[in-house]
Write a protein that binds this ligand. Sequence first.
Ligand code: HEM
Length: 402
Amino acid sequence: MIKTKKTGRYANIIPMAELNTKEKRLNPFPIYDQLRQSTPVRYDESRSCWDVFRYEDVHRILKDPATFSSKRGMDIRKRENILIMDPPRHTQMRGLVNKAFTPKVVADLAPHITSITNALLDAVLDHGKMDIVSDLAVPLPVIVIAELLGVPTEDRQLFKEWSDILVKGPDENTEEAFNQVVAENAQASEELSAYFARIVEQRRSEPKDDLISLLLAAEIEGQKLNDEEVIAFSILLLAAGNETTTNLIANAVRRLTEDQALQRQLKENPDLIPSFIEEVLRFYPPVQAIGRVATRDVEIGGMQIKAGDQVISWVASANRDEAKFKDPGSFVVDRKPNPHLAFGFGIHFCLGAPLARLEGQIALRTILERLQDIQFVTGSELSYIQSPFVYGVKQYPITFQA
Ligand code: HEM
């Protein structure tokens, strides 16, 4: 865990000064476009970190873990998990769960994910209106990951509250805002640990067919994981899978309401849904930026980065880089190829990507099958998720014909 030298704060949880209004937080993309042109690689004094905006540079950073380490600690998020490990430990730990998340294994979950989606829609169908975030996009991924882990889905309100806090950042660059987030985060982490400690204890004495039991049985070079490691892994899976997939689904529905012709096109041709989801990931990526720490002095985009410096790679900007994507500001439903970086790249490439894609595709397919004429409730207040790296809206009310 690296504290920045100058301020003692953790740079990558502080919002960029350029994103200083609600409108810009809801639509940061024009700012990224400007920064990519004016300062593609720049040192931000106020946050004490480098920001990198071009596709080529972001790609280079993500594919070179020896020079750009993940071992920064998720800043204030202290517990060791694979997201913040480097090889060789990263390779060993990731190997334990890789098999549980392959596209083939995940595809078997499709009927069940469809039935959860249908049940969630059944509950609101008669009303002619719903909040896509709280009625579908939040509960669907939480239920799926809770079932995979083997924790009670009835506790999902608790998971939601905890994972909201884990991705939260201060809304302004002040000591007070910062300290408050650190304190809230520490408390949520403690509560989550205590929660999972109980489940781990139960599974030790009575293993089941779930991921926590799988982790408890797993061995690396003849050695089992200790409780702390299993707890850290479980918390990562719960938090990483929730906030992100929720925003993928909500951002996808947002897109449908922003473009009625697109909505009709997808309804008539559902085979376009997988490439539509990829384009949503490029256009509105749920994770905007990925942090690393330089392990040696290195040059990027003509700038001299020093060993120990924090480097923030803006995938949301890379995804709209005109040097990589034709007409990047346009939403092209069947864009091919679409080498977006929404799931990262290289050894830390999102473990849950097959699951997130499947959930996103099923949610959209079911919505388009069952709801007609989906419209955003104009005039509704939108608020953004207060997080330095997660992008999405807290509510998104829609009307429809069933
Ligand atoms: C890693 C995004 C869904 C579990 C990552 C990374 C990104 C990402 C950008 C790379 C971070 C880095 O390089 O430092 C997303 C997005 C999702 C999503 C946009 C939804 C649309 C999920 C789901 C799960 C999951 C559903 C679990 C069930 C993980 C894990 C890692 C990870 C465990 C760490 C992998 C490693 O360090 O080797 N995700 N994720 N994610 N994601 Fe996801």
